[in-house]
Design a protein around this ligand. Structure first.
Ligand code: FAD
Length: 286
C-alpha cells in the first residue's frame, strides 16, 4: 500500500523575530545538507503567524529548497484562504499540509470562520486549485484529543482522504504499535495513502510533557518515569531520548513506514543525530 521509496522530511516553526530567522537560516543549511525531500513550516490558526510563516517560506524558497507550508483553516474565511493559495501558487509551491488548527486561546468560537474541519479545507483547495498541490493531512494513531471515540476519529480521517488528501503525517507518538494498528485499521477501510510517522526528538522532558498533554500524545509510563528520574540532567535526558527515538524510528522503518517526518523544533542537532544513526541517505558526511 505504501510507496516503496521511503521519504524523509523536516518540520520548522516560523520564528517571530529577524534574529530568530537568521538562526533558522543556519539550522536549515545544516539540515538541508542531508537532502530531505522537503521542509514544512507550521502556521498559527486564525492567521496568528501568517507573516512569520511567509518569511520562513521565503527563506526556504530563496535557498531553492522545496517548501510545504501548513495551512490551518479554523478562524479564516474562504477569501483569506484563497489569497494564501494564490500566493503559494505564484511562488511555485507544490505541497501543502492542510489542517483545521486550534484557535489561539482568547479567540472565541465566534471567530471560527468559514471552515469547521480539515476535510472542508481539503475540498476547498481541490475545488480552487485542482491537482496543483500535493496535500498532506494530519493523522492521530493515538486518537485526536477532541474525538468522540477512535472509530469516529478514523471515519473523520477518511473524510479528509476522500476529499482529496494525497498523504498523511501523524501526530508524534512513542509507541510503534499504535502506529501499526492505525495503519492496519486504515487499510481495512480501504485507505491507501502513505501515512508518514511524525517523529519528535526528546530533548527537554518538561516541555515535552506539556506538549503531549495538550495534543493527546502519550509518553509511556516507563519512559516518563525514566525521564523524570534524570531530573535536570540535560545530557542524560538527551542520551536516553536519542536511544528511545532511534529504536522507534528503526522499528517503524523495518515495519514498512513510508519514511519519517521529523519535528525539528528548528534544532538541527537532535534530528541529524537520528538521521546519522539511522544511516539515512545523505548521512555519510555527518
Ligand atoms: P480535523 O481533521 O478537522 O479533526 C479535528 C477533530 O474534529 C478530530 O477530533 C476529528 O475526529 C473531528 N472531526 C474531523 N472532521 C469532522 C467532521 N466532518 N465532523 C465531525 N467531527 C470531525 N496546528 C496548527 O495550528 N498549525 C499547524 O501548522 C499544525 N501543524 C500540524 C501538523 C501535523 C502533522 C499534525 C499532526 C498536527 C498539526 N497541528 C497544527 C495541530 C492540529 O491543527 C490540531 O491537532 C487540530 O486540533 C486538529 O487539526 P486536524 O487538521 O487534524 O483537524
Amino acid at each position: 500500500m505504501n510507496s516503496p521509496q521511503p521519504t524523509f522530511s523536516f518540520e520548522l516553526f516560523p520564528p517571530k523575530t529577524p534574529e530568530g530567522l537568521t538562526k533558522l537560516s543556519v539550522s536549515i543549511d545544516q539540515m538541508n545538507a542531508v537532502g530531505p525531500e522537503y521542509f514544512s513550516v507550521t502556521y498559527g490558526a486564525g492567521g496568528s503567524t501568517r507573516d512569520c510563516t511567509f518569511a520562513a517560506l521565503d527563506l526556504l524558497l530563496a535557498k531553492g529548497i522545496a517548501a510545504a507550508p501548513h495551512l490551518a483553516c479554523i478562524g479564516s474565511s474562504r477569501d483569506q484562504i484563497r489569497a494564501i493559495l494564490d500566493r503559494y501558487r505564484a511562488q511555485g509551491i507544490r505541497r501543502l499540509v492542510a489542517l483545521r488548527g486550534d484557535l489561539p486561546s482568547g479567540m472565541g468560537l465566534g471567530a471560527a470562520g468559514d471552515f469547521r474541519y480539515a476535510n472542508e479545507l481539503v475540498s476547498f483547495i481541490r475545488q480552487e486549485t485542482g491537482d496543483h498541490f500535493r496535500l498532506e493531512v494530519a493523522a492521530y494513531p493515538e486518537v485526536h484529543p477532541q474525538a468522540a471515540n477512535a472509530d469516529q476519529d478514523l471515519a473523520n480521517f477518511q473524510r479528509k482522504v476522500e476529499a482529496g488528501a494525497d498523504a498523511a503525517i501523524t501526530q508524534y507518538f512513542y509507541n510503534a504499535d499504535a502506529y501499526f494498528a492505525f495503519v492496519d485499521r486504515c487499510a481495512a477501510r480501504g485507505i491507501q495513502i502513505p501515512i508518514q510517522p511524525g517523529i519528535m526528538p526528546i530533548t527537554n522532558f518538561s516541555q515535552l510533557a506539556r506538549f503531549s498533554d495538550a495534543c493527546g500524545a502519550e509518553i509511556p509510563r516507563w519512559l516518563r518515569k525514566r525521564l523524570e528520574a534524570l531530573g535536570d540532567d540535560i545530557e542524560a535526558i538527551r542520551a536516553l531520548g536519542h536511544e528511545v527515538v532511534l529504536n522507534l524510528c528503526r522499528r517503524l522503518l523495518e515495519g514498512g513506514a513510508p519514511g519519517l517526518h521529523f519535528y525539528s523544533m528548528n534544532q538541527a542537532g537532535p534530528v541529524l543525530r537520528l538521521w546519522r544513526d539511522l544511516r539515512l541517505p545523505g548521512a555519510e558526511g555527518l
